[in-house]
Design a binder for this molecule. Structure first.
Ligand code: F6P
Length: 343
């Protein structure tokens, strides 16, 4: 048997742990594993490498992906698809494990459902926004990086009596912001699921100052929006901040508005790609390992069109269709917990 594995979409800590788990299972079964480089692009370009036990030695704690990644989607172009299928045949693949986020799992679903290629998926993303699984790996590491940053920002915020705005990733959901904010003790957390009123934010900061707490920490998710009733962004700012593929900039705009309304010195830290880099936490290493083992078992069992998922701390397989189409929005209960500590 010959199985391919690829990592597609934005990278995240834990990808190497998942690759290692698949290769280790396969090597004790004498199953051949081909690493497809740079996501689906590697199969289109026939860019593959054999993965053996020796190749994956030492990669468990490493961030990123030894296979490289890209956002290339072979289903978007008919000619690509023909070449893709041809290379699949020439390589003699019996199945493919696609490790990806919502977009890449959606491609996996189409390749299986519409083009009858044998795929299984492994969900990954720091954003934790994939439906069908309680958690994705990468998220826990991102949250611990955000928490560490908030801890550090507390001391400088307090010394200078400033408001610190921390802009975090998460695409269209507020998981990283809410978890990071709760763990770091943020005074306000702004998420895409709850458009915010700038007047409420400024009142809260002024109240804190009057009560003798002159510093504050605000965590803002990159896609958090002001409530339409209190829209303070210009059209140009809106277009720049909420670009389709690259969000970012709400932190700066928010800080400027806070300074204007409250007269409190405000500074911004945009954590950016630091949240995606470096070594995975133990939780992410274990989750990625469990997903890798499950995906390998699914391939052996011919459970195509499914993905590995975490449900109530059990690893299960769920149809890929459950993962795509609807982003997993921030759990309301988690938002309520963050909210208890506002102010
Ligand atoms: O999906 C992961 C993520 O890091 C998001 O949080 C962020 O909005 C996006 O990827 C950035 O994408 P890119 O790597 O294409 O700039």
């Amino acid at each position: 048997m010959r199985i391919g594995i690829l990592t597609a979409g934005g990278d995240c800590p834990g990808l190497n742990a998942a690759i290692r788990a698949v290769v280790r299972c396969a090597s004790s079964d004498n199953v051949e594993i081909l690493g497809i480089r740079n996501g689906y692009l590697g199969l289109f370009e026939n860019d593959v490498i054999p993965l053996t036990r020796a190749t994956v030695t030492g990669i468990l704690p490493r961030g990123g992906t030894i296979l490289g990644t890209s956002r290339f989607n072979p289903t978007k172009d008919e000619n690509c698809l023909v070449q893709f299928k041809e290379n699949w045949k020439v390589l003699g693949l019996d199945g493919l494990i696609a490790v990806g986020g919502e977009g890449s799992l959606s491609a996996a679903h189409d390749l299986w459902h519409k083009h009858e290629l044998s795929l299984v998926g492994i969900p990954k993303t720091i954003d934790n926004d994939i439906s069908g699984t309680d958690f994705t790996f990468g998220f826990d590491t991102a949250v611990s990086i955000v928490t560490d940053a908030i801890d550090r920002l507390h001391s400088t915020a307090e010394s200078h009596h400033r408001v610190m705005v921390v802009e975090v990733m998460g695409r269209h959901t507020g998981w990283i912001a809410a978890y990071g904010g709760i763990a770091g003790g943020a005074d306000v957390v702004l998420v895409p699921e709850h458009p915010f009123r700038i007047s409420h934010v400024c009142d809260l900061l002024a109240r804190r100052k009057n009560d003798g707490r002159a510093f504050s920490i605000i965590v803002v998710a990159e896609d958090a929006h002001p409530h339409p009733d209190e829209a303070f962004l210009t059209e140009e700012q809106t277009n720049t901040i909420y670009r389709h593929h690259r969000l970012g900039g709400i932190g700066e705009a928010l800080a400027a508005e806070i300074e204007r309304c409250t007269d409190i010195q405000t500074r911004v830290t945009k954590l950016g790609y630091v949240q995606r880099g470096g070594s995975p936490t133990a939780f992410d290493r274990i989750l990625a390992t469990r997903f890798g083992i499950k995906a390998y078992e699914m391939v052996r069992g011919g459970q195509w069109g499914q993905m590995a998922a975490l449900r109530a701390n059990r690893i299960v397989s769920v149809p890929l269709i459950e993962a795509i189409g609807n982003l997993k929005r921030l759990d309301e209960e988690i938002y309520r917990i963050a909210e208890i500590f506002f102010g």
